[in-house]
Structures are given as C-alpha cells and as structure tokens.
Design a protein around this ligand. Structure first.
Ligand code: BES
Ligand code: ZN
Ligand code: ZN
Length: 470
C-alpha cells in the first residue's frame, strides 16, 4: 500500500473511490444527505458508509481536529482494506490534520502477518491525498515527516510483535546492528563477558537462567553540529516469565511485549536519523530474558549493581528495574547527555493508576514535563503524571541491603518502581531524567484509535515530536 501527496485538486485525480470526512453538522448540509440518511449514516466518529455506485466513501468524525481525524482515517483504511478497490483519493483539510491523516492511514492500516501461512490478500494499492491548492511545499514537508514517523512506529510494532522464540537477547542485538548499518549509526554491543567486566551485577542476575546471553546495546546517531545530546534507555525483556516469582499462566501470555521499551527507543533513533535532526542521540538497551532454572536468581539474593548500590531481591518479577538500574548507570557514565529518557513496560500498577491507554511519566523537572506533555498532545499520544512521593519512597527500604527491589506495600506500584530507578540517577542528572512507564500503552489486544492488535509503538510519535522541537 502506497500513500502519496499530489499537488493537484481532488477533481483532477483519477481514483476509483473518493473519501469525504464528515462531522454530524457537515452531514446536514451535504448534497447526499438524503441517501446517507437512508443508509443510516449519522457521521458518528469512526463510522463509514460507501455509496458504491457514486464512487464515494464517507467517514464520520466528531470534529476536524487532528485526534478525531487520525482515528477516522484509521477506520477509513480498514473499510477500504475489506473492499476490492485498488486506489482511493481524498483532500487535505488543513496542514495540522495532514500528519494525523497520514498516521491514521499508515498506523490504522498496519498488519503483522509474519506468522500467517496465508496472509489475507489486500487489493488496496494507492492512497492519494490532494493538496487542493494549499501551500504544497509546506504540506510536502509535513507529509514526508509524518511518513517517516509512522513507518518508524510500524518498525517498533514489528519488533514488539515478534515471538520470543525468534527474538531473544542475542537476536535482538543482531537486529539492532542491522538498524545501525542501514541508518549509518554507531553500534557497540556488550555480551555477558563484557557485562561481567563492567560490574553489571543486577542486569546479569536477571538473565542468568536464560539459555541466551544478556546484551547491552549502544547505538548512536551523531549529526555534524548537534544542538543537544539525548540518551534514550530501553527495557528489553525479550520474555518475562516472572522468574522464580513465576507469573500466573494468564499473566504470562503477552510477556513477549516486555521488550517494548527497547523497541520504542530503536524506533525513535530510526525516525530521528531519517528526519536528519540536529540532535545527537544515544540509545542504550538492556536485552535480557527472565527465566526459571537451577541457576536462576532468587528472592532473598542480594545483588551488587554497577553503581555499587546493593539490592535485596524480594520478587524476581520486578526485574525490569534491576536491568534499568545498571543500564541507566552505564548510560550516565558513558555519555554526558542533556536529557536522559527511559522507556519501560515496568509495572502492571501503571495500568491500574492511569488506564491502559496512557503512558506514565515521572521526572523532577517541571520544564521537561511540560515540554513532553506538549509534544504528546501534538502527536496524539496520551501521557499522565506519576508524582514523586516521599512516603512511598520509604517503602523501598531494605533491612539488609541499600534498597529492596519491591515496596513493602502494594499500593502506588508504578511510583515506587520509578522511585527505585531514581536511586540510580546521579544528582547532577536529576533534572535531566524522565521515566516513561509504557506497560499499558505499548500493547493492546483490541484496536483503539490508530492502534491495532499487538504492539502500538507507544513513545515513538511523542518523542519524535519532542526531538523535532529541540
Ligand atoms: N513486565 C512486568 C510489568 C507488566 C505487567 C507489563 C503487565 C505489561 C503488562 C514487570 O516486570 C512486572 O512483572 N512487574 C510487577 C512488579 C511487582 C512484582 C512489584 C508487576 O507489575 O506486577
Ligand atoms: Zn516482571
Ligand atoms: Zn517485566
């Protein structure tokens, strides 16, 4: 399926079917209102109605705002994919909604068919957007950027969706190296021997029972005169069985998605390098598999992290924070960055706190929180604040080590996880760091907005927007 922007009027484009986006108000004034009424079409958000004999498809939307248009464009592409049309055209409404239209089409039209022996045949080949005499050059820039960001989001989804027998820490490192080669990024990979030399005791413990070696992956995009240096850190649990604190059967299903933070930061460096942003970007990934076995790390173990901080393990299912503790320390020691952002499917509690659609955000800097929230609104991703709390912090106290890997009370789990990470952020970096819990937003088992079953690519759009604005 190809999407293109044409410097033409919609009436000059030859397409089998033309699409119109209608609000309930604009429906009332439409020349086809009679027949659309008969068909029961009320222009409700995400509803669609074909008038085949006239070559028209109508898509309902609550408003012409970006968020509604993105969702309506997703419904449009789904309706077209289950028809037999090959090419379709519609008009730009205005510049601000062009990115949303492109995202709706590419993200709503996404499918993951790697494991289907006979993928469904799709006839839809060409989607044309008419610029309708608006400023073509400006629109083209918006269009090209939206295509890059949407494709990077699909790249992230593709990796999240890969099965854990195919994607393990070792194959993840190969995949990252391939991205580095394609996008001319620097790449350094530390396997277990290197990680031992680097004293990554917390990260190594988590991966010890796996047959696959844990990997620390460092990629860098270095433009000539960068305005800022940004480090992006990703939790890359290619599988989280829970370890000896084994997950119940039903909770273990979908835990291939525990690598979504790592997949997201790969999508971000892909989009930043293709957008040719003037920002130096470093990606650090802890790729690890949390399994059971005779040599598994145990509740009651005390780990010595790279920073020297000792950690009492009280639950081996709170493994992401152990991996991130070491990777965050390594990232801070390796690169002096202006911003350090970590992405992790860290806690089920984040979904309880904010719902499954929203990324949890934790950080000390008001300015960073404000800038991120602005970028998220512009991109159509949902973020919500997880506030620091000194009373919750006390719950991480350990009687025998410097800190416990779980809180002593079960409430506020998303915040206590973030507070655990905070312990590994150096004082001089406190105001540069932000933690993003994407446990709910990174994966879905039912379609919503422009997301379809599986990985959503959460984080890629809002971080691309944030990085563009630096
Ligand atoms: N990977 C999980 C968090 C998760 C749960 C992500 C559901 C996506 C969906 C994480 O490693 C985990 O198991 N966290 C525990 C922490 C607890 C033991 C303190 C959790 O959330 O239950
Ligand atoms: Zn876990
Ligand atoms: Zn996990």
């Amino acid at each position: 399926m190809n999407i293109q922007l044409l410097n033409k009027n919609i009436s000059d484009i030859k397409a089998e079917i033309l699409v119109e986006f209608l609000t309930p108000d604009s429906l009332k004034e439409h020349s086809e209102v009679g027949i659309l009424n008969q068909a029961g079409f009320k222009a409700e958000q995400d509803s669609t109605c074909f008038l085949h004999e006239k070559g028209l498809l109508f898509c309902g939307t609550d408003s012409k705002k970006s968020d509604d248009i993105r969702s309506a464009a997703s419904s449009m592409v789904k309706a077209l994919k289950s028809s037999n049309y090959e090419n379709v055209a519609f008009s730009v409404i205005k510049n601000s909604s062009l990115s949303a239209m492109v995202e709706g089409v590419i993200l709503g039209g996404y499918e993951f068919n790697d494991y289907k022996s006979k993928p469904k045949e799709i006839t839809l080949k060409e989607i044309s957007i008419a610029s309708n005499e608006l400023d073509y050059e400006e629109l083209k820039k918006t269009f090209d950027e939206a295509v890059i960001i949407s494709n990077a989001t699909c790249y992230t989804r593709d990796i999240v969706n890969k099965a854990p027998q195919e994607l393990n820490p070792e194959t993840f490192a190969i995949l990252a190296k391939k991205l580095a080669d394609t996008n001319s990024l620097e790449c350094n990979i530390l396997a277990e021997d290197d990680l031992k030399k680097e004293n990554m005791g917390a990260m190594l413990a988590v991966g010890r029972a796996s047959i696959h070696e844990s990997q620390l992956i460092h990629l860098a995009y270095k433009p000539a005169n960068p305005k800022k240096v940004i480090s992006l850190v990703g939790k890359g649990l290619t599988y989280d069985s829970g370890g000896l604190s084994l997950k119940p059967a039903a909770s273990m299903v979908t835990m291939k998605m525990d690598k979504a933070g790592a997949c997201a930061v790969l999508g971000m460096i892909k989009s930043a390098s293709e957008l040719k942003l003037d920002v130096e970007i470093h990606v650090f990934i802890g790729a690890v598999e949390n399994m059971v076995g005779g040599n598994a790390y145990k509740p009651d173990d005390v780990l010595v992290s790279r920073s020297g901080t000792t950690i009492e393990v009280r639950n081996t299912d709170a493994e992401g924070r152990l991996v991130l503790a070491d990777v965050l320390t390594y990232a801070q020691e390796t690169v002096k960055a202006d911003g350090i952002f970590d992405f992790a499917t860290l806690t089920g509690a984040c979904m309880i706190a904010l719902g499954q659609y929203t990324t949890g955000v934790m950080g000390h800097s008001h300015k960073l929180k404000h800038d991120i929230s602005k970028a998220a609104s512009a991109s159509g991703e949902l973020t919500g604040s997880l506030p620091f709390n000194k009373h919750l912090k006390k719950l991480l106290k350990s009687e025998i080590a410097d800190i416990s890997n779980v809180a002593s009370k079960p409430f506020g789990g998303a915040i206590t996880a973030g507070l655990f990470l905070d312990k590994f952020i150096k004082d001089e970096n406190k105001n540069k760091w932000m933690h993003f819990d994407i446990a709910g937003s990174a994966y879905t088992e039912s379609a919503w907005d422009c997301n379809v079953y599986g990985g959503t690519g959460a984080g890629v759009r809002f971080m691309s927007e944030y990085l563009k604005n630096i």
